[in-house]
Ligand binder design. Structure first.
Ligand code: NI
Ligand code: MN
Length: 225
């Protein structure tokens, strides 16, 4: 499994010859100006919730690639009206896709579309594929529900928001990593705008002191699991 960071909460995940894009917000992120969305491949686009900073580039990329949008019922319905194919899910549900199993899990946040209309409840994803299991938390507060994930899945990586203000900050992300029983964390939702700027060295050191590994990738950088 290969994971590429495209800035903010945007990711590319390659698993079993399938490419999944997650929360593409690239053209709206000046820090990701070197990423050309017209060159991104996608078989699926996973959307955690309806906020602009998670779905800005979904329509454009889905129409070019024919990618299937996987999200909550309300978000999938929204994109189906635009002629985009979707796979609706809701909390606690899982599905065997060609590349592996996906569960849509709880997140504590909000989820209105940019025009203010209802975007369903926000979520995260647990993806099991290629003998690697990852948790994409989405925008969320720390929540006890995260403990449920560890009851069913042995995670290899937890992708957690760490920018604070709108989501968990560093200290809550460390507790989240305890809750999901995964000490390997990829940070997201930081530095994109003023409210969520973090000190990278301090963040990594704080994780390190708790016996955990916080990875902060450059935009465009990849890791192999
Ligand atoms: Ni959000
Ligand atoms: Mn967000």
């Amino acid at each position: 499994m290969k994971i590429t960071f495209y800035g903010h909460s945007s990711l590319g995940i390659e698993v079993n010859d399938v490419t999944i894009l997650v929360d593409p917000f690239i053209t709206g992120n000046p820090k990701a100006a070197h990423i050309n969305i017209n060159q991104l491949e996608a078989d699926y686009i996973f959307v955690t919730h309806a906020h602009q900073d998670h779905l800005l580039d979904v329509e454009n990329i889905a129409k070019r690639t024919g990618a299937i949008v996987v999200s909550n019922f309300e978000i999938v319905t929204h994109f189906e009206k635009l002629g985009i194919e979707g796979h609706p899910m809701n909390h606690g549900g899982q599905w065997d896709f060609e590349f592996g199993n996906v569960k849509y899990v709880t997140a504590i946040h909000s989820s209105s579309f940019p025009d203010g209309s209802y975007g369903g409840q926000p979520g995260g994803f647990v993806i099991e594929g290629e003998h690697k299991n990852i948790y994409i938390a989405g925008d969320t507060a720390l929540t006890f529900d995260m403990k449920l994930i560890a009851l069913q899945t042995k995670l290899d990586l937890a992708i957690l928001p760490i920018g604070d203000n709108f989501t968990m900050g560093i200290n809550d992300a460390i507790l989240a990593s305890d809750f999901v029983q995964c000490d390997k964390v990829l940070g997201c939702h930081f530095d994109t705008f003023g409210y969520i700027e973090i000190n990278h060295d301090e963040a990594k050191q704080t994780f390190f002191e708790k016996g955990k590994d916080l990875m902060l990738l450059e935009i465009g950088e990849s890791i192999e699991l």
